[in-house]
Design a binder for this molecule. Structure first.
Ligand SMILES: Cc1cc2nc3c(=O)[nH]c(=O)nc-3n(C[C@H](O)[C@H](O)[C@H](O)COP(=O)(O)OP(=O)(O)OC[C@H]3O[C@@H](n4cnc5c(N)ncnc54)[C@H](O)[C@@H]3O)c2cc1C
Length: 390
């Protein structure tokens, strides 16, 4: 067992850090407070080889490891937190599911633009009545000649105000085995995108409405039975979410540490007060522990897909740590931490969302408990279970 980066990983981390300092540091504050997807950053990161790190070279990616992509998130976020959303998109998000299951024609059509940073994709999974219980989704896809007719509504989709294409989870028929996905293009008749709403983080999302939206059969990504495959890829998304949570917590911690070294009250620097020293000690313990869990899940990923259990443990730890550390960093910095002149409050707001998104901490704990007891705990009441089985 070795807890050090390899020489290659060290060099990679240093080069990404240097790149971030040179190109992303200057506007980090401005970028964080802009609600829309930073296409300029996406193009920069693409030119630097930081999009598609985990996607095979044959598909236009870099053919690297999940750990490389985690390192990229950490190094970019350490300088410009907001820009790490682009690393997330280009390496961990729906693009991974797409690259894994798309047909050659679908890949040829969309992957080059997605990897070049010219286009962004949004994931339409959550519905008004299907959040944590995602398999309750009712957005339907009915075959009609060479098309599928889509009806339903999706909510909370990240990047939806800017996305050109949407990876939409649909139901072809009842039951778990009836779920799959299609690619819906922004301008398809019958597809309307609502006015943007804002998350606490300042990011925007729009309701997606499908009203007899006709999607050609060549836009089907996964047919009936695709749900389990999609959820396998979703563990990758969860690691990206974990990496950003941790990186944002660490960003806030570093700013707070600097503040505690320089800010004086009662005639001495803040770091000389034991009440604050212990906060930093606790933050350091949490950051180190969560980082090990994150690295374990990324390094152990089998053919690029991390285990569900290791991912659940890592995400729960990183989400909790990111938020708690960012929140304590705000506290340590007083009103300065609470104000928008630094990115500490921003990191706290972003981390709060990741405790809900991509598998809430509670749902992850359900998964972990199943591992602990080596048995499945159905969340549904017995009556609903019987109905679902019909
Ligand atoms: C920042 C952000 C970005 C997002 N991006 C996307 C996106 O790109 N695409 C997309 O499709 N969706 C996205 N979502 C939506 C996200 O997937 C859902 O918010 C999430 O699945 C939870 O669903 P819900 O909000 O409906 O909460 P609910 O499912 O209603 O849950 C409410 C609360 O109850 C808890 N709970 C529910 N069931 C259980 C249980 N069985 N045991 C214990 N606790 C339980 C939950 O953990 C939560 O705390 C995003 C959300 C956020 C916050």
């Amino acid at each position: 067992m070795n807890f050090e980066f390899t020489d290659e990983q060290k060099l990679f981390a240093e080069s990404v850090h240097r790149f971030a300092l040179a190109h992303l540091e200057k506007d980090a504050l401005k970028r964080a407070h802009a609600s829309r997807y930073p296409f300029d950053v996406a193009k920069l990161l693409s030119a630097q080889g930081l999009m598609g790190i985990t996607i095979p070279e044959a598909d236009g990616g870099i053919g690297g490891t999940l750990m490389d992509a985690v390192i990229a998130i950490e190094q970019i976020a350490a300088v410009c937190p907001r820009s790490s959303d682009v690393v997330q998109f280009g390496n961990f998000g729906p693009i991974r599911t797409f690259a894994e299951y798309a047909t050659p024609a679908q890949k040829a059509r969309w992957l080059p633009k997605l990897l070049a940073g010219d286009m962004v994709m949004s994931l339409g999974m959550t519905e008004p009545d299907a959040g944590s219980a995602v398999t309750d989704l009712v957005t339907s896809a009915k075959a009609d000649g060479q098309n599928y007719v889509i009806n339903g509504t999706k909510v909370f989709s990240t990047f939806s105000p800017d996305a050109a294409i949407f990876l939409v989870y649909v139901r072809y028929r009842p039951g778990l085995g009836g779920i799959g996905s299609v690619i819906v293009e922004r301008d398809m008749p019958g597809f309307t995108i609502g006015v943007p709403s804002s998350f606490m983080s300042g990011e925007q999302w729009c309701e997606l409405h499908f009203d007899n939206c006709r999607v050609p059969a060549e836009n089907v990504l996964l047919g009936p039975g695709g749900f389990k495959k999609q959820m396998g890829s979703f563990n990758v998304e969860r690691l990206g979410n974990s990496a950003r949570s941790l990186a944002f917590g660490r960003y806030a911690y570093n700013v707070a540490r600097e503040h505690a070294l320089t800010r004086e009250q009662f005639g001495r620097p803040l770091c000389e007060f034991q009440g604050l020293q212990w906060k930093f000690a606790e933050m350091a313990i949490k950051l180190e522990a969560a980082q090990l869990l994150l690295y374990r899940a990324a390094v152990n990923a089998d053919r690029g897909v991390p285990s569900a259990y290791e991912t659940a443990v890592a995400k729960a730890a990183c989400n909790q740590t990111g938020f708690e550390v960012a929140s304590e960093s705000v506290q340590v910095m007083g009103a300065t931490g609470y104000s928008r002149e630094t990115l500490v409050e921003y990191c706290m707001r972003r981390c709060r969302g990741w405790m809900i998104a991509g598998g809430s901490i509670e749902m992850l704990k359900n998964r972990i408990a199943e591992h602990v007891f080596d048995r499945r705990f159905d969340q549904r009441p017995p009556k609903a279970k019987a109905q679902a089985a019909e």
